[in-house]
Design a binder for this molecule. Structure first.
Ligand code: GAR
Length: 202
């Protein structure tokens, strides 16, 4: 069974969706660890509620980036995780961590990449006036939201939408998409070919 770590900095609604898929037998893997950089993350409470092992690796507890990265790698190795799922983890993953887990780290982003990378993607899209937005699951590389795209879901931007309306519509799709992509990984169906990602059988 594919051992999964979910990394989250805040609310953890994507974590919750992944937990629900797991409980329903639809994840294909097991959540071995929930890890946060933020001791106050609600994601940690959710993990505790479901008795999932959870840890904090807080950058404030380390004197420099290298020490933080090493601590992160150590915990992830200790739990023997095979897939690292960033779910609202608001911190760039360094080259050192990427090298420790080559092409084993994925992220969900609330826009149709490569449009609107970075923070507040939903608001960026809303301000820009696009007619469609959505969410993207992608491999993490050294850039900001630049890694190979695994899957995307599109939502319309409707006349009269507030940023909150759009954010909620995208979030609903995130909650559907992320467990599905994790399942593809657990089934060994995600094949990286250069920048292109092939899903076997899709
Ligand atoms: C989600 O919308 C996720 O796509 C976004 O943060 C939110 C976390 O919500 N991630 C990013 O913007 C990463 N750049 P959650 O904590 O309720 O899952």
């Amino acid at each position: 069974m594919c051992r999964i770590a979910v990394l989250a900095s805040g609310r953890g609604s994507n974590l919750e969706a992944i937990i629900q898929a797991w409980k329903a037998g639809e994840l294909g893997g097991e959540i071995a660890l929930v890890l946060s950089d933020n001791p106050k993350a609600r994601a940690l409470e959710r993990a505790a509620k479901y008795k999932i092992p959870h840890q904090v690796v807080n950058p404030a507890s380390y004197s420099n980036r290298e020490a933080f990265d090493e601590a992160l790698i150590e915990v992830l190795k200790e739990y023997q995780v095979e897939l690292i799922v960033l779910a609202g983890y608001m911190r760039l993953i360094s080259a050192r961590v990427l090298q420790a887990f080559p092409w084993k780290i994925i992220n969900i982003h609330p826009s149709l990449l490569p449009a609107f990378p970075g923070l507040n993607a939903q608001e960026q899209a809303w301000q820009y006036g696009v007619k469609y937005s959505g969410c993207t699951v992608h491999f993490v590389d050294e850039g900001m939201d630049t890694g190979p795209i695994i899957a995307q879901r599109v939502v319309p931007v409707l006349p009269g939408d507030t940023v909150t309306d759009l954010t909620d519509r995208i979030l609903k799709e995130e909650h559907r998409l992320y467990p599905q992509v994790i399942r593809w990984f657990a089934e060994g169906r995600v094949i990286l070919q250069g920048r292109k990602v092939l899903i076997k059988g899709e």
